[in-house]
Design a protein around this ligand. Structure first.
Ligand code: NAD
Ligand code: UDP
Length: 324
């Protein structure tokens, strides 16, 4: 039986990866320090004999007994609100955490995939973004802690590949959404859906003409698996090229939730990228992957999930303690 370590396992994407690898009959070792994740996302797996959970901060030494075939390194705060609140931990998990996991992969002769991001392109001057674009990142701006941690993560991963001949994969993930996103993590999909369900106005930042391209989580997980099992070491964009302005997206959520909420405008956060759309030619050509879920289908599934939450969850404000 193959064995996989998934870091960030109690988070949005990590928990879906745990489900996927359990379905594929792997022994899954899940690791998380719960700084932005929630055990509720994986508690249904706790009874399974092929599933083990370690509460552990990957910025400290990571020990896993026995063999390991694959590592999926998904631990990192991922929403702008989170990494603004915990900037040092964000830098540490992308750098020190990645170093520990690359060291573990080398020791175990495991293949490692790291979760990078479209944020390596910053506020892009090239559109759509292909993997050869080198990016436009403000190193000392509020998003720099995330963007630069991820850029360093890619460099370190590539160095382990060239110097130690480690089997490495780099996924550049574009905005992904779906069930198990935290309702209050500030990302636009849970923000707009939560506001609609609570009967609040939708908060569009800036004039709303900035664009994003949203990928449904099942498509993303499929792309990650195809990349992991390929032999391709350069970065690959994984995302859905269907681009929309945030203003149109707000109107779409109002239509979909059948509410008559108003749109209100709030200031645009510093360094908020004005446009984002993945060029997925590489993923199509090398992995034979492209997203299959329309935004309408994906949003309906996501809406059903948020509707299934208790009123207590829906109205809960974020009061996590983020001390390190
Ligand atoms: P998330 O916040 O839901 O999950 C991240 C998980 O990592 C959380 O459970 C958190 O507790 C854990 N974690 C953070 N620091 C840790 C540490 N030091 N040790 C152990 N665990 C730690 O976020 P997500 O959306 O699931 O993102 C997962 C990964 O995918 C991140 O690396 C993120 O940068 C990347 N990514 C996500 C998106 C997206 O749209 N969701 C886009 C680009 C990249
Ligand atoms: N956004 C918005 N209202 C909100 C939350 C986000 O208009 O309540 C905007 C945000 O300014 C950005 C886009 O939606 O332009 C996507 O934001 P998100 O935090 O989801 O991701 P990222 O900026 O990292 O792509």
């Amino acid at each position: 039986m193959k064995k996989v370590l998934i870091t960030g396992a109690a988070g949005f994407l990590g928990s879906h990866l745990c489900d996927k690898f359990i379905q594929m009959d792997y022994k899954v070792i899940a690791m998380d320090n719960l700084i932005t994740g929630d055990l509720k996302n994986i508690e249904h797996l706790f009874k399974l004999k092929n599933f083990t959970f370690y509460e552990h901060d990957v910025t400290t030494f990571v020990h896993i007994p026995g063999k390991l075939d694959y590592i999926l390194h998904f631990a990192s705060p991922a929403s702008p609100i989170d990494y603004l609140k915990i900037p040092i931990q964000t830098l540490k998990v992308g750098s020190l955490g990645t170093h520990n996991l690359l060291g573990l992969a080398k020791e175990k002769k495991a293949t490692i995939l790291i979760a990078s991001t479209s944020e390596v392109y910053g506020d892009p001057l090239v559109h759509p973004q292909n993997e050869d674009y080198l990016g436009n990142v403000n190193t000392i701006g509020p998003r720099g802690v995330y963007d630069e941690a991820k850029r360093f993560q890619e460099s370190l991963t590539m160095a382990y590949h060239t110097y130690h001949k480690l089997e490495t994969r780099i996924a550049r993930i574009f905005n992904t959404y779906g069930p198990r996103m935290r309702l209050n993590d500030g990302r636009v999909v849970p923000a707009f859906i939560g506001q609609s369900l609570r009967g609040e106005d939708l908060t569009v930042f800036g004039d709303g003409l900035q664009t994003r391209s949203f990928c449904y989580v099942d498509d993303l997980i499929d792309g990650i698996c195809k990349l992991l099992f390929s032999d391709y070491v350069n970065p690959v964009n994984i995302g859905n090229p269907n681009e929309i302005t945030i203003l149109d997206f707000a109107k779409e959520i109002i239509r979909l939730t059948n509410t008559d909420q108003k749109i209100i405008y709030k200031p645009l956060p510093v360094d908020d990228p004005m446009q984002r759309q993945p060029d997925i030619t590489r993923a199509k050509t090398i992995l034979g992957w492209e997203p299959m879920t329309t935004r309408q289908e994906g949003l309906l599934k996501t809406l059903a999930y948020f509707k299934s939450l208790s009123n207590q969850d829906l109205y809960k404000s974020e009061h996590r303690s983020f001390e390190s």
